[in-house]
Design a protein around this ligand. Structure first.
Ligand code: MG
Length: 204
């Protein structure tokens, strides 16, 4: 499986990092070795002093697809969750300044936490009308609404599948809203979808 992440999909987060609103979606990949799950420990890598959490809606691909049209994209996923796109912001900043790829800042071991999956249709949820939030040590630090995405899940799937074949089990991280911040050893991070706790990780 592979992990495909979307950057700069919420205008308020683009502003908080002083980035430009992209004409086309920004996409990047994480390897399967990046994935950790609910209940796991996230270890801050030794090469960074500034790892940020980014809470995101995560969509799991349920059918192989290439060149998927937006109107058919909903047929290619049924399970969703929330996840954390852990980012070594100090490393990313240096790479961005040089125009280099982001992998060292984004694709390291443990950098893709993913929560328990839920069938959103069985829950009668509209994927573009969901709230999610991230707490650090019980305090709310980040909150988003999927209606604020600049590109909807269906548009993202269509866009990504023009470049990359999507396979069953692939995960798409759909971008983070404003409120990203640094993690510290000992932090307990919890991510909620609607009011359901989906993901809990301890930082070491
Ligand atoms: Mg992100």
């Amino acid at each position: 499986m592979k992990i495909i992440c979307v950057g700069r999909n919420y205008a308020d987060h683009v502003k908080e990092l002083n980035n430009e609103i992209p004409e086309d979606p920004v996409i990047f990949l994480k390897p399967d070795t990046a994935k950790i799950h609910d209940g796991d420990t996230f270890y801050i890598p030794s090469f960074t002093n500034d790892v940020h959490y980014e809470a995101e809606l995560v969509v799991r691909i349920s059918k192989v697809g290439k060149h998927i049209q937006p109107k058919f994209a909903h047929k290619y996923y049924d399970q969703i969750s929330v996840g954390i796109d852990f980012t070594a912001r100090d490393i990313q900043q240096k790479l961005k300044e040089k125009g280099l790829p982001w992998e060292k800042a984004k694709a390291f071991d443990g950098s893709a936490a993913v929560g328990k999956m839920v069938n959103f249709r069985e829950m009668n949820w509209d994927v573009q009308n969901l709230t999610f939030r991230l707490n650090v040590n019980g305090k709310e630090r980040q909150k988003g609404h999927t209606g604020q995405m600049m590109r909807s899940v269906d548009e993202l799937i269509a866009y990504i599948s023009t470049f990359i074949t999507l396979k069953v089990g692939d995960l798409i991280y759909t971008g983070t809203p404003a409120g990203v911040g640094k993690v510290e050893p000992g932090d307990e991070i919890s991510v909620f979808l609607q009011d359901d706790a989906m993901l809990n990780v301890i930082v070491k």
